[in-house]
Design a protein around this ligand. Structure first.
Ligand SMILES: Nc1nc2c(ncn2[C@@H]2O[C@H](COP(=O)(O)OP(=O)(O)O)[C@@H](O)[C@H]2O)c(=O)[nH]1
Ligand SMILES: [Mg+2]
Length: 246
């Protein structure tokens, strides 16, 4: 792999998963990792610090102390990532749902795309161990998001993504206001509006075995509202961002 990549990984109670994920990622030369931990009560932060010692110069850890949140963690993490040298910036979940083996394919695909999505819903993509309910929810969410926002991607809610540095740098991260999956949808929407070329590469998504999902009712409600907010006019978006204090 000739390109250097920095993978940003938000963690909340992922103590059993993060060492396995990092070991997998470290198999790829040129890949570095930034773990963004929200003071996980299970001690994930200390495990991450130990990994940083095990792999000198390749792992760093951002310990957040403010309000916890998936979107906010990414905003802080991606900002820090942009201040470091890397050709490609990647996003991944810590729970081993996103197999590090796919990463070289995603990174390679940035050769002719600005944003590459690790996609469950293109030919070759798959989901392992998801209950029927969760499959249906994800499918319906994507149909809904695509219908409202006109995004062309099949998997708008995938959290496994690689960005060319310039495409990420162009995002107005300080104006983003959504937090759960919506944050991922918002990123994609703004990127598409900005003219980014978005490509999908198939992945096999595997449901977590350790730890718990943080998807809550609040996250689902936000996800239902966000597509409408995104297509509203830009001025109302800016206002909403100001009101949210971001
Ligand atoms: N730093 C941080 N990470 C979070 C937070 N909520 C979720 N995550 C991480 O975001 C990733 C996706 O969350 P997960 O619970 O697996 O969501 P799911 O896969 O959609 O069920 C995992 O790596 C979580 O540890 C949060 O509030 N703060
Ligand atoms: Mg998960």
């Amino acid at each position: 792999m000739s390109q250097s990549a920095l993978v940003v990984i938000p963690t909340y109670n992922e103590r059993a998963n993060i060492p396995v994920l990092v070991a997998g990622l470290m198999q790829h030369p040129g890949v570095r990792v930034l773990i963004v931990d929200d003071q996980s009560p299970d001690g994930t932060g200390a495990v991450a610090d130990a990994l940083a010692t095990d792999y000198p110069g390749r792992i760093s850890v951002l310990h957040r102390t403010g309000k916890k949140g998936f979107g906010r963690s990414y905003i802080d993490g991606l900002r820090q990532a942009l201040s470091e040298p890397a050709d490609v910036l990647c996003q991944m979940d810590a729970d081993l749902s996103h197999d590090p083996r796919h990463l070289p394919d995603l990174i390679a695909a940035t050769a002719d795309a600005d944003v590459v999505i690790g996609s469950r819903y293109v030919p070759g993509g798959a989901i392992v161990n998801w209950p029927k309910r969760r499959r249906v929810l994800s499918r319906v969410a994507n149909i809904y998001i695509r219908a409202v926002t006109q995004l062309a991607a099949r998997d708008c809610t995938s959290g496994y993504r690689c960005w060319r540095r310039a495409a990420m740098a162009a995002l107005p991260l300080d104006r983003f206001i959504s937090d759960g999956y919506s944050f991922l949808v918002e990123m994609l929407f703004v990127a598409a509006r900005g003219g980014c070329r978005i490509r999908e590469v198939p992945i096999t998504f595997v449901e977590r075995r350790e730890g718990e999902s943080k998807v809550s009712r609040a996250v689902l409600i936000e996800s239902a509202i966000t597509p409408w907010r995104l297509i509203a006019n830009p001025e109302s978006r800016r206002k909403a961002a100001r009101n949210a204090g971001s």
